[in-house]
Write a protein that binds this ligand. Structure first.
Ligand code: NAD
Length: 331
């Protein structure tokens, strides 16, 4: 089957090509992000493979379907960038990678937490400049602290387990509570209670209309003063301007994010020779107690291998008329 791969980086080419060795699909890699303009590149390709910031809204899907596409394969878990209703109406099937390595993302969330708490980003710069002073580098013991996990699915549970290993008390909120989470030794609480009690809040729920700006001026005002916020899920969960105000007032003690609401204009490319015009993002970067990574939480060898193998397998299932293990449908 002919597959047009959008937003293709070198690692996508390498790992998808390796995963495709036996299946033998025809892969064509495009640097371009999928949008209304670039959709024309997929003309004649029955399958289109996209990533987190590619746009598959109704207009783009219409253009793809008209030019012969029948399958949209997301090489990621989240699918907030696809209009599933429009896909269904156009007869397009949509698949994603339901499970790869939850460890990749959970471990990155822990790395961000450790870095922001113990000021590793600042220490790294200081010692390279032969500055070995400790002023401003004080953190706190994780042991004995309360960690809130919002979204206690696969990644949230791995994160919770690691935090329990540090000797933290773990509380969680999920629209659909699960025994897997409580069996770890964690407990559920209501959103208000979570905010008030948590020293650390880590977001692991999907971005939906319901969870959009789940962290906002109101929830931040009710949070424990000085709490740390970690977001490795989706940028749209957080109202960034409200977070900036909370950082300025000291209500929020620190922020470590792998995702940002307007990241589609920034992430996954080298902008070091340009002027970044996003003032909100630039303001964020000006805080000493903010760390940003560019959506790299998934980026481990194990995760990419599984992502690419699952994606190729989904295309093979479709090509052979088999049931689609990882299909997503409009609810
Ligand atoms: P999952 O489906 O296993 O878990 C998500 C959990 O969120 C579920 O338990 C679900 O019940 C819960 N949830 C749904 N709606 C909710 C709501 N309104 N309020 C609270 N909880 C709600 O998914 P996962 O594999 O653990 O992934 C979680 C998220 O992580 C994904 O949706 C994706 O956005 C993000 N992610 C980020 C990266 C990265 O590289 N930064 C990589 C993979 C996934």
């Amino acid at each position: 089957m002919k597959i047009a791969v959008f937003s293709a980086k070198r690692y996508d080419r390498d790992f998808l090509t390796a995963a495709n060795e036996t299946a033998g699909h025809q892969l064509r890699f495009f640097d371009e992000m999928l949008d209304q303009e670039s959709a024309a590149l997929a003309a004649g390709y029955e399958a289109v493979c996209i990533f987190v910031n590619d746009r598959a809204d109704a207009g783009v899907l219409k253009a793809l379907a008209a030019a012969g596409t029948r399958l949209v394969a997301l090489r990621c878990t989240g699918f907030n960038n696809v209009d599933l209703q429009a896909a269904a109406e156009l007869g397009l099937k949509v698949v994603r990678v339901v499970t790869y390595s939850p460890y990749s993302v959970a471990e990155h969330a822990v790395a961000l937490l450790q870095a922001i708490n113990r000021k590793i980003h600042r220490a790294y710069n200081r010692t390279r400049d032969s500055n070995f002073a400790l002023d401003g580098l004080m953190g706190f013991d994780l042991h004995g602290k309360t960690v809130a996990v919002v979204g206690t699915g696969k990644i949230g549970c791995v994160f919770a387990k690691i935090m329990l290993g540090f000797g933290c008390r773990v509380i969680g909120y999920d629209k659909y509570p699960s025994e897997t989470f409580t069996a770890l030794g964690a407990s559920y609480a209501q959103p208000g209670e979570i905010g008030a009690k948590a020293d650390i809040i880590s977001l692991h729920c999907p971005l939906t209309p319901e969870t959009h700006h789940i962290v906002n001026a109101d929830t931040l005002a009710r949070a424990k003063r000085g709490a740390l916020l970690i977001n490795t899920s989706r940028g749209g969960l957080v109202d960034t301007e409200a977070v900036i105000e909370a950082l300025k007032s000291g209500q929020l003690g620190g922020l470590a994010i792998d995702v940002y609401e307007q990241e589609a204009d920034l992430f996954f490319r080298d902008l070091s020779n340009t002027i970044v015009a996003d003032d909100v993002f630039q303001r964020l970067l000006s805080f000493p107690n903010v760390i940003v990574t560019g959506h790299q939480a998934f980026f481990t060898e194990e995760a990419i291998t599984t992502i690419c193998e699952t994606t190729i397998n989904s295309v093979s299932e479709f090509a052979e008329g088999r049931p689609l293990t990882n299909e997503i449908k409009a609810s």
